[in-house]
Design a protein around this ligand. Structure first.
Ligand SMILES: Cc1cc2nc3c(=O)[nH]c(=O)nc-3n(C[C@H](O)[C@H](O)[C@H](O)COP(=O)(O)OP(=O)(O)OC[C@H]3O[C@@H](n4cnc5c(N)ncnc54)[C@H](O)[C@@H]3O)c2cc1C
Length: 338
């Protein structure tokens, strides 16, 4: 027998869990299909110092455990699995995991994104201990430190310039002579005298896993094959992000980088399907913005269901309609504040 839900949320990062908290407090008894990374990206980092409410910071995994418990307290149910297939052609929508079939009136997609990594063993072992994939998040921890940034696109150069606010030296490691970044970004970075470059070079290894911290980098020049060992306090991997949207190809419009396209904040082009967090946001990519859009998606879901209930449409199977706009009526927003 399929599980029948009003609201199903894919993903248990900051976006999915915030959507769950709001939907659960609206008595919608949401189901969260957690995916295989319970708690999302913040579970692979250590100190989170920019999430409001924690003046002394909080460990990423602890923050996510608290969000899980908070959503559970109001009646959220969880399935620990990936969604493996979806059918969005008619409502209720169908979601299949390896062992369950779920029919749902509303689907909130919060499957996030993954920072692309180089695949070095030391990189994953030292992630959150001197290795980072987010300068906005972790730059502050590198005051008066020596850091390296890997990458040659706009993000890498932007992160390198941002890091010069804190670090004493910032060196960009890039495998080619020329940058993929836009000319204007290259120009700006070159004007910043605190940024240095190791071109035609690749990061071969990061030391020292046995000490649990970054003490140095091994960099190979791909033209000469010469390997240099350089002291380092931090390494930022800035080679891009991959939205987790394979499942939605052919079902929902994606932009040229694979992010789900939304209008009016969190609406996809299918009525009843919303997207929130890093899966639709290639710009801000922060826990608090993911949580913010998760909240928006849950409220939009609630208003849609209330409107349909009032109009007697609830539970009626229908062909999913394209071009759904916001359904909020202004008066409703006030009645929700509690
Ligand atoms: C190392 C690191 C440090 C960071 N530090 C900070 C910080 O200090 N402050 C800050 O604000 N931000 C930080 N960020 C960014 C922050 O983690 C993200 O912006 C935030 O996690 C996005 O939340 P999300 O819910 O959109 O997605 P994610 O956290 O990416 O969660 C995605 C969820 O979707 C699930 N999922 C994926 N595929 C499926 C599927 N097929 N079916 C079901 N579920 C699926 C996953 O299991 C996961 O639970 C950091 C990121 C990284 C990588």
């Amino acid at each position: 027998m399929p599980i029948r839900k009003k609201v199903t949320i894919l993903g248990s990062g900051a976006a999915g869990l915030t959507a769950a908290i709001y939907a659960a407090r609206a008595n919608l008894e949401p189901l969260v299909i957690q995916g295989l990374q319970t708690g999302g990206q913040l579970t692979i980092t250590t100190d989170v110092e920019n999430f409001p409410g924690f003046p002394n910071g909080i460990q990423g995994p602890e923050l996510m455990e608290q969000m899980i418990a908070q959503a559970e307290r109001f009646g959220t149910q969880y399935i620990y699995d990936n969604a493996e297939s979806i059918d969005l052609s008619k409502r209720p929508f169908t979601i299949k995991t390896s062992s369950e079939e779920i029919l749902t009136d509303v689907l909130i997609i919060c499957t996030g994104a993954s920072a692309k990594l180089l695949g070095l063993e030391a990189e994953s072992k030292l992630m959150g201990h001197g290795v980072s994939a987010c300068a906005t998040c972790d730059g502050f921890f590198f005051k008066e430190k020596k850091v390296f940034v890997v990458g040659g696109g706009d993000t890498a150069l932007e992160e390198a310039m941002f890091l010069t606010r804190f670090a004493t030296s910032v060196t960009v490691i890039h495998r080619r002579e020329a940058f993929r970044a836009s000319a204007i970004m290259v120009e700006r970075a070159k004007r910043n005298t605190k940024v240095e470059y190791l071109l035609n070079s690749v990061l071969e290894d990061i030391t020292d896993v046995s000490k649990g911290e970054v003490t140095g980098v091994k960099v190979r020049n791909i033209k000469t094959n010469e390997v240099q060992e350089l002291p380092a306090d931090g390494v930022f991997i800035a080679i891009g992000h991959q939205p987790n949207t394979d499942l939605f190809k052919g079902h929902l419009p994606l932009d040229e980088n694979g992010y789900i396209k939304v209008t009016n904040g969190v609406h996809t082009n299918i009525k009843g399907v919303f997207a929130a967090g890093d899966v639709m946001d290639s710009v801000y990519r922060q826990a608090v913005t993911a949580a913010g859009t998760g909240c928006q998606a849950a409220l939009e879901a609630q208003w849609l269901l209330e409107k349909e209930e009032a109009e007697g449409e609830m539970g009626k199977p229908e062909e999913a309609k394209a071009g759904a706009g916001a359904v909020r009526e202004p008066a409703k927003a006030d009645s929700l504040r509690s």
